[in-house]
Write a protein that binds this ligand. Structure first.
Ligand code: CIR
Length: 256
């Protein structure tokens, strides 16, 4: 069960955030703020305490707090974000992590290793790590060594198309895994009960399990039905403005 979440308010500069889909247009900042309010409300409804960090105008993508840190049941790992414009976010997230973890429980991914938290998917005590344009071999090596030091395990998943591992695959507990695109046939995930997401709703493979409820992005009826049919209570949150920056529900929080 999760007790805490950390989120960061989007900054006005978010409209200049990194995107692979400029054709979707720039985010509407006011709408993004409203959607962020609703996101926080949905997290609270799932019984967690939400720490809201202030916006950081120097880092357009800083609302995506999942990327500069990974939090496990045993330790917190400060990542080393692979995009230059985002790398400084690791220093900005540290004070928030220190409120919850003592120094001996905080680890660091260091150069030349890079790692974005969006490439890390937790399944119990095991962590799948996507090797992507943001997360390199050395980052994964360091990450797995840290996990093992704390009694956890990890394994690499090569990515072919998507930005981050959790862009296309997300574990929602009870052996259920939402899978889209390149992840549908990956042998690494054959032991799970795969809930297959059609290509036209692939964005919504990025749902989050929150203490028995699954938060699903609004506007993806097939995914909503698949998750409900699997027996979960569903909360819908519109993330249209974050989608314009390749961001989804998981990217917007650290959950622990
Ligand atoms: C980026 O490209 O880094 C941001 N525009 C989106 C980050 C999304 N984060 C995630 O998937 N964990």
């Amino acid at each position: 069960m999760f007790k805490n979440c950390i989120v960061r308010r989007p900054c006005k500069a978010m409209v200049e955030g990194i995107t692979s889909a400029p054709e979707l247009g720039q985010p509407d900042y006011e709408l993004a703020l409203k959607q962020h309010d609703n996101y926080i409300e949905a997290l609270k409804q799932c019984g967690v305490e939400v720490t809201v960090l202030e916006a950081l105008e120097d880092f357009p993508d800083s609302c995506f707090v999942e990327d500069p840190a990974v939090i496990t049941s045993k330790c917190a790992i400060i990542a080393n974000p692979g995009a230059d414009s985002r790398n400084g976010e690791k220093a900005e997230i540290l004070p928030a992590i220190k409120k919850f973890f003592s120094d001996d429980k905080i680890e660091y991914i260091q150069d030349p290793g890079t790692l974005d938290g969006g490439d890390v998917m937790m399944v119990g005590d095991h962590f799948y790590v996507g090797r992507s344009a943001r997360t390199n071999e050395e980052g994964i090596r360091q990450f797995i060594a840290i996990l093992e030091k704390h009694g956890l395990t990890g394994s690499e998943v090569p990515l072919e198309k998507v930005l981050h591992l959790k862009t296309g695959v997300n574990y929602i507990e009870n052996n259920n895994m939402l899978v889209s695109g390149e992840f549908i046939e990956k042998p690494e995930f054959s032991k799970y009960n795969k809930l297959i997401i059609p290509d036209d709703e692939a964005y919504a493979a990025n749902c989050i399990w929150m203490n028995g409820t699954v938060i699903v992005p609004e506007g993806y009826p097939t995914v909503e039905k698949v998750v409900k049919d699997a027996g979960y209570k569903v909360l819908l949150v519109d993330t249209s403005e974050y989608r314009k920056l390749d961001g989804g529900l998981s990217c917007l929080s650290l959950r622990f």
